[in-house]
Design a binder for this molecule. Structure first.
Ligand code: LUZ
Ligand code: MOS
Length: 763
């Protein structure tokens, strides 16, 4: 069973927001944005822009009929700036014109009078000024303070990881249409249709029942459209609401890169203590999250950093504290992994630090401290059905870790200019929204009288293949072939109050609801058959479009059964609600059972560094991954490969640079590089571990969205290993991404420190 969409994608038949035929009378919107990162907005001169050709109307905060507020977790974000601006790229006004070009041209005629205020871009500086988005949080297990006494070795350090641009191929956008009685219908490129609906209603001052949001598919999301599709949907709707004409708003690539938030950069302090057996006894960590200028999802991202601060290790004494720091950058937001990768980078750095100081391979420490069955995580959920050791050992055996190690050592002996490095990266990722109430879903299933089936859920297809999985669930549960099933667009009038498609949980949540609805329909149809043929309901079955049981006429097909049910006035529609059982979390004590289950895996990474140039190539990434019982190996393998490469990009070449004025310098694809085919690993193996899956996963097929991203962390440590093979004893600062420039700077001592003797020889 392949992903259902790619053939249509390749033929250009798949419909995205920008493919919708433009309705007559449509106005095009362009966003006037702040050109300073912090300041008092004293005045706005719109006269020249208003008089510009084609301009119909210019909207500012004064035009908002409801409340000028789109903050989610914290109400701290106006849709159009009012009083002050907090980041470069913050929307101030919306120009509506007859053509896109006219709207863009008018932007240059607007003058904003902004009195500059001090700009903070560094999270530690923000923390020192007490600029915190929410109060800090601390997770505790055991007692790290007293545990230091039991440690033979204690090491401390600092680790920094950078942001990451989502670079969904389809940029942010929305197309809004006025509807009868003062409502709006919005086609939005969003992971969270209900969020767009709720905030639009709030900003327009109307009920949610007056706002319909429809999503066919996205050209990628990666978290960037979980919360941050909302402003564009709301702005388009505001234009449509006030002008009673359709309004289309699509960001171009550079505007999207400038104006939207990204993965959170983190700066962290760690302290790790080990005993003589290299068991980790204690770990203390403090995270400074660069949240940007508004809360957005930062508090939830911060929480997931704490949940994943010990990765897949058992550490009996942990104190982890996290600060969400307000800076004058665009509000940072969800990005695949959602704070987990940032937390995991720090524990891996701490282990690497200890290993380098002790002169042992990091893998010695890693392997010895892997989670075992029923070990407690720092939030007191036990590791159940734990496959951490199985994943590690399978990867090590299958891909022959000892031989890889020998090959690397041998290569390094024989080569001076080129050095190889090796790393092992285990992962453990919790599946569920950490905010327990969000773990609910609904499905609406119609069987039409010809036996075809329409399924609606809250799941948004963004390339990850969730619609394929939903169709599989419906077809398999009803006992019919998949060509009879259509997964409909995600629409707030068909399925209401949805959680965003996020947290790797979309197929589980919406698949389970679909399964429940289809099960109810199947049972209803079989009961109908049992009365129709006066048979015992228990023995009846539908398989491959046939109704099976002794006493059922051979020609009784699915179609005939459906049709006869209709004529007997049996309902062919079902609506189901699913809520993940058993999960809970108490934030007042930072303890609970927040995750439906955990996903495990291990990646071996081998790189070659060119020690003259600082450039590197990824020779191989070998992954053993816990899919459970994969319901679609083709889709799932694609998720692991894509996630790993995206994580490698974050850790190696993707470097976001803001200057001290809060201006994004890496603002286009000239200066911001993501992995292409050449930068991807030359070998990328994915082995499906033999694991039973989890009953809280759909068809025991475990979530695959986010976990693989963290395999990319292995690339950082493999490069580090190669750098140290060249420059023995040197400890680079723990700073990701490890760009070729940074590698080069770490291969040689700084000029000031150089004596002739300090130069490693290069032949
Ligand atoms: N979004 C969210 C997420 O709102 N809550 C989460 O826990 C989460 N986790 C991963 C990705 N997105
Ligand atoms: Mo997400 S980071 O939108 O699961």
């Amino acid at each position: 069973m392949n992903h259902l969409d790619p053939v249509r994608h390749v033929r250009g038949e798949s419909s995205y927001l920008d493919d919708i035929p433009v309705q007559q009378g449509t106005l095009y919107a362009a966003v006037f944005e702040a050109a300073v990162a912090h300041g008092r907005l004293r005045g706005l001169d719109l006269a020249a822009a208003r008089a510009a050709p084609g301009v119909v109307r210019i909207l500012t905060a004064h035009d908002v009929p409801g409340e000028n507020q789109i903050g989610g977790i914290v109400p701290d974000e106006p849709v159009l700036a009012e009083g002050t601006v907090h980041f470069r790229g913050q929307p101030i006004a919306l120009v509506l014109a007859h053509t896109e070009r006219q709207a863009q041209a008018a932007l240059h005629l607007i003058k904003a009078d902004i009195e500059p205020l001090p700009i903070i871009t560094d999270p530690r500086v923000a923390a020192a000024h007490n600029e915190l988005i929410v109060p800090p949080r601390t997770f505790r297990l055991g007692d790290s303070r007293t545990a230091w006494a039991d440690c033979t070795h204690v090491f401390e350090g600092v680790a920094e990881s950078g942001g990451q641009e989502h670079l969904y191929i389809e940029t942010q956008g929305a197309y809004a249409f006025p509807t009868e009685m003062g409502g709006v219908r919005i086609v939005s490129s969003t992971q969270g249709p209900t969020a767009v609906q709720r905030h639009t209603a709030h900003v327009l001052g109307i009920g949610m029942h007056q706002v319909e949001v429809d999503v066919t598919r996205l050209g990628g999301g990666f978290g960037g459209k979980e919360d941050q599709a909302t402003p564009w949907g709301v702005l388009a709707a505001l234009g449509a609401f006030l002008t009673r004409r359709p309004v289309k708003l699509v960001l171009d690539r550079m505007a999207d890169m400038r104006m939207t938030g990204k993965r959170h950069p983190y700066s962290s302090d760690f302290r790790i203590g080990l005993d003589t057996d290299l068991k980790i006894v204690a770990y203390e960590v403090t995270f400074y999250q660069n949240a940007g200028a508004a809360a957005d999802l930062s508090p939830a991202v911060l929480e997931r950093t704490l949940f994943h601060c010990t990765n897949s290790y058992f550490i009996p004494n942990v104190t982890a504290t996290a600060y969400s720091c307000r800076t004058n950058l665009p509000p940072n937001t969800a990005f695949r992994g959602f704070g987990g990768p940032q937390g995991m980078f720090v524990i891996e750095s701490a282990i690497a630090k200890a290993a380098e100081e002790l002169g042992v391979p990091a893998s010695e420490i890693q392997r010895r401290n892997l989670l075992r069955e029923n070990d407690l995580l720092p939030y007191r959920q036990p590791a159940e059905m734990c496959h951490a050791e199985q994943a590690w050992d399978t990867a090590a055996d299958l891909y022959n870790l000892p031989r890889l190690r020998e090959e690397v050592a041998e290569f390094n002996q024989q080569n001076e200019r080129l050095k190889k490095g090796l790393s092992v990266m285990p992962i453990c990722f919790g599946i569920s929204f950490t905010k327990t109430p969000m773990n609910q879903s609904r499905a609406l299933v119609h069987i039409y009288t010809d036996g075809t089936v329409g399924v609606s859920t809250g799941a948004v297809e963004m390339g990850q293949g969730v619609n394929t999985k939903i169709a599989q669930v419906a077809a398999q549960t009803l006992g019919i072939s998949i060509d009879r099933v259509k997964v409909e667009s995600t629409n707030t009038t068909r399925v209401a109050n949805t959680s965003p498609s996020a947290a790797s949980a979309t197929a589980d949540l919406n698949g389970k609801a679909t399964e429940m609805a289809c099960q109810a329909l199947r049972e209803r149809l079989l009961r109908h058959a049992s009365t129709e043929y006066t048979l015992n309901y228990e023995g009846l079955e539908i398989r491959d479009e046939q109704v099976l049981a002794a006493g059922v006429p051979a020609e009784t097909t699915w179609e005939k059964l459906v049709s006869s049910a209709y004529w007997r006035r049996v309902s062919l529609t079902e609506n189901a609600h699913y809520a993940t059982p058993d999960i809970h979390f108490d934030a007042t004590i930072e303890q609970g059972y927040p995750f439906a289950y955990h996903v495990y895996g291990t990646a071996l990474t081998v790189v070659t560094v060119d020690c003259l140039r600082g450039t590197y190539e990824l020779d191989a990434v070998h992954i053993a991954h816990d899919f459970g019982q994969s319901m679609n190996p083709a889709v799932d393998r694609g998720q692991i490969e894509g996630g790993a490469v995206q994580g490698i990009g974050w850790m190696t070449m993707e470097e976001l640079i803001y200057n001290e004025e809060g201006r994004l310098l890496s603002n286009s694809l000239n200066s911001y590089k993501i992995p292409d085919l050449y930068a991807a690993p030359k070998v990328l193996d994915v082995h499906f571990l033999d694991t039973p899956g989890h009953p809280r996963a759909i068809f025991r097929s475990k979530a695959v969205g986010e976990p693989p991203l963290m395999y990319g962390i292995g690339a950082y440590f493999a490069i580090r290993d190669a750098v140290r093979a060249f420059r023995s004893g040197h400890q680079p600062t723990f700073s990701a991404p490890f760009t070729p420039e940074k590698v080069l700077l770490n291969l040689y001592p700084p000029v000031s420190a150089r004596s002739a003797a300090a130069w490693p020889s290069v032949s």
